[in-house]
Each structure stands twice: as C-alpha cells, then as structure tokens.
Design a protein around this ligand. Structure first.
Ligand code: C5P
Length: 404
C-alpha cells in the first residue's frame, strides 16, 4: 500500500480520473487528488474528496493547506505522481519547469517516479511543440501511458483519447514494483549518428536522433543494469546512466566501443554509424570553385562486425550482440544477411521509409531477427520497442553463462 498523488488536469478525460482513483484504492493504495483549476471545470473536487476520503488540492495558496498537505509534504510522501489526463498545457509546464500552480510545483518538488497519461486532440498531440516536450520528459525518466485511438470528444477520430483507467492503474503498479532483474549485468549501448568532418565547418552525417538507443539505455538502467551509453552528436538530452561517453566520428565510436565491450554482457549497436568518412579532413574551410569538387571517402571500421569476429575467434557466447538494420527495401532478406555476415545474435530491422518508423520520430515499427526466426512488432513507442527487445535478450541470456 502506497500514497499516490493523482494529478488531474483540464481535459474531457478528467471524469475517467475518478475511475483511476477508485482502481488505485481497490489495489489498497491511498490517493491524494490534485486538480488544476481547469480540471475543476470538468469534474467536481467533491467527487474526488468523497472517493479518496482526503482533502482535494485545487489551490496552491489555500489557507490551511500549508500546515497539512502542502506540495513539499506531498512531494516527499507520495510514492508515485500520476497525472491523468495530462493536457498539452501541463506537459508543456512540466517540460519547461514552470511552477505556477500546485500540480506543476509538485512535479518539480517530488523525487517520486512520474507517470503521465496524455490526452488531447490529435493535432495537438502531433504538434512539434508537444512532441518536443514529451521527448524532453521521456529523457528525464518520466513514464507514459500511451493515449488510445478512437473517436475524440472534439469530434475527431485519431490518437489522443485518454488510456483506459485499468491500464493507468496497471502502469502505476509497475512503477511501485521496480524491476531490478538486470542488476549485475553490464550493457553497452550506442546511439545517434556519427559526424565525419570534411573541413572545420562541414561534415557528413545522417538523420539519426539517438531516440532509439536512448530508450534502450533508459530501459536497461531502469532494470538495474550497469549501462555505458556511447552517444554520437545529437541535441536530445540523454537518459541518466552510469557511464555516458560522447563521441563524434565512427573512428571515435569504434575506439569507445572496443575499449568497453570486453567486460560487457550485452552490446546493442543502435547508432547509425557512417560507413564512409572523408579520406582527409582539410585544415581550412574549402573554398568554392567553378569546377566540380571530388571528395574521396574511405570505409570506416564496421564495429559490430568486428565485435562479432572477435567473439567468434574467442569461441565465447558473450557479449550478446545486437545490431540494427535501417533499410528502405527488402527488409527481411537484408536483415538476415546482416545477422549472418556480422555474426551477431539479433538484428532489429526497420524500414525507415514507413511513416512512424526510424529516424526523428518517437515510434518505430521493427522486426526482431534472431537465431530461431523473426518476430514482427506493431508500430509502438520506442520505449515499448526497448522493453520488447530487452525481454527478448533476457530470454537469450537465461541460457548463457560467461566463458572464462
Ligand atoms: O551494415 P549496416 O551499416 O546496415 O549495419 C547496421 C548495424 O551495424 C547497426 O547496428 C550499426 O550500429 C552497426 N554498424 C557498425 N559500424 C559501422 C556501420 C554500422 O557497428 N561502421
């Protein structure tokens, strides 16, 4: 039994928060409801008071509140802060550290795990500002219960409907029972692009944002693993992990991975490593001229293939090696060929030409190719892809032991 702070913001889904409160109570938890002023327009504080049998917080500066449950007291006593529904406004305030009411102040003041159930109109949800705020919160460790698709109260059909109360209650329960099943495991994850410099101002890069690798690193850390995250240049905030190594080029990434993989139980190469780099980096900015410019590119080391060859030479089964295959055609054939050629255990294949998959988006559509066939996954959040992948790795590791 735990004290759960239930934040309710002003969306039409606010009435479903009553069911969330009841569901949490049925599982034996105590609920302190915090309503924003907009939430009070949709659902009455009295309803929550009657159900939770606790004073409902609707105002940061209410007399009496400061002596009893004020935001600092609730911040330190709540085991989880769950916000359902979380509107675009609340998400924006959390992401940017604005604390102009009780709920947003509580978010900043608490060290408890935070779970948001976003709910809003489809266009609002898809807006770059909201997506950027969600991405910032995800990298800070905030968890989400994905909104559902269907008819929205505003008359639209699409994504944005508040998740079902049962799903929200289940997600709170998972947060209360942290999974430490990867404790004692060392994992190396690469993420992001590499930049290969042509001269002091230009480089050859790619569109990888680092989101997929960051989601994997965050999930492994959540399960208690000791995580080394080797990240290429990206503007996204990386998750908090034991060891963060910043690199720029494929050569840097090669050195960083090779130095840290010997002791690892798992290496997951989610980075989009350049296959070619300029043969030379000019010391000064290259001047434009009338004649065409020819740049000679040289192959970079294939890090994953080198890890595979090294492991095969040792005859060991560890580290377990996982690669990604970003393709635009013949997805499965290419992924299978890559798995064999690089001598790795799993290849996570995705067709980056499909909407909602690959670079710069929060979702992915992957097929995991392993020794015993392939497992196609639906379109899902990258955090969910990370969970599915780590579960699969878990099953493989269960059958392996470290070679001397
Ligand atoms: O062969 P391809 O580049 O498509 O393989 C992709 C996989 O190999 C990814 O896991 C990527 O991180 C890894 N890779 C690598 N070194 C390279 C190129 C790709 O480790 N030079």
């Amino acid at each position: 039994m735990a004290l759960i702070a239930l934040g309710v913001s002003g969306g039409i889904g606010a009435y479903k928060a009553v069911e969330v409160a009841r569901g949490l109570q049925k599982r034996g938890h105590d609920v302190a409801a915090v309503l924003t002023s907009n939430a009070c327009r949709f659902v009455g504080p009295l309803t929550f008071e009657a159900i939770t049998r606790r004073p409902v917080i609707t105002d940061q500066f209410a007399p009496g509140l400061n002596a009893d449950i004020e935001h600092i007291a609730l911040a330190s006593s709540a085991a989880v802060l769950v916000v359902a529904p979380a509107t675009a406004n609340v998400i924006g305030k959390f992401a940017n550290g604005i604390a102009d009411d009780f709920l947003s102040s509580l978010y900043l003041a608490t060290r408890a795990p935070v779970l948001l159930a976003p709910s809003m109109n489809t266009n609002m949800l898809e807006h770059g500002a909201v997506q950027a705020n969600l991405a910032v919160l995800a990298t800070r460790g905030v968890r989400f219960v994905e909104p559902g698709e269907g008819f929205l109260a505003c008359g639209w059909q699409g994504k944005g409907r508040l998740a079902e109360p049962d799903a929200i209650v289940d997600a709170v329960e998972r947060l209360l029972q942290p999974d430490r099943s990867w404790q004692g495991r060392a994992i190396v994850v690469t993420a992001g692009p590499t930049y290969e410099d042509l001269d002091p101002v230009r480089f050859i890069g790619n569109r990888s944002s680092g989101r997929m690798g960051f989601a994997i690193a965050a999930e492994a850390a959540r399960r208690g693993a000791s995580v080394t995250l080797i990240a290429g240049p990206t503007s996204l905030e990386p998750p908090v992990v034991g060891d963060l190594v910043r690199v720029r080029t494929a050569a840097d990434m090669h050195a960083a991975v090779m130095a840290r993989s010997r002791e690892a139980d798992v290496v997951i190469m989610a980075a989009a490593v350049a296959d070619y780099a300029p043969a030379r980096r000019e010391a000064h900015k290259v001047e434009k001229q009338q004649a065409p410019l020819t740049v000679t590119l040289e192959r970079t080391p294939d890090i994953l293939a080198e890890l595979g060859a090294e492991r095969a030479a040792r005859g060991g089964a560890l580290p377990l090696l996982v690669g990604f295959a970003a393709e635009t055609r013949d997805l499965l054939e290419r992924a299978k060929a890559k798995r064999a050629r690089k001598r790795v255990d799993l290849i996570v294949a995705n067709d980056v030409s499909q909407p909602g998959a690959g670079f710069e988006v929060d979702t992915n559509i992957v097929t995991i190719v392993g020794p015993d066939g392939e497992e196609a996954q639906p379109k899902q959040a990258k955090a969910e892809v990370a969970r599915v992948l780590l579960d699969r790795i878990d099953r493989m590791l269960a059958g392996l032991t470290r070679q001397p």
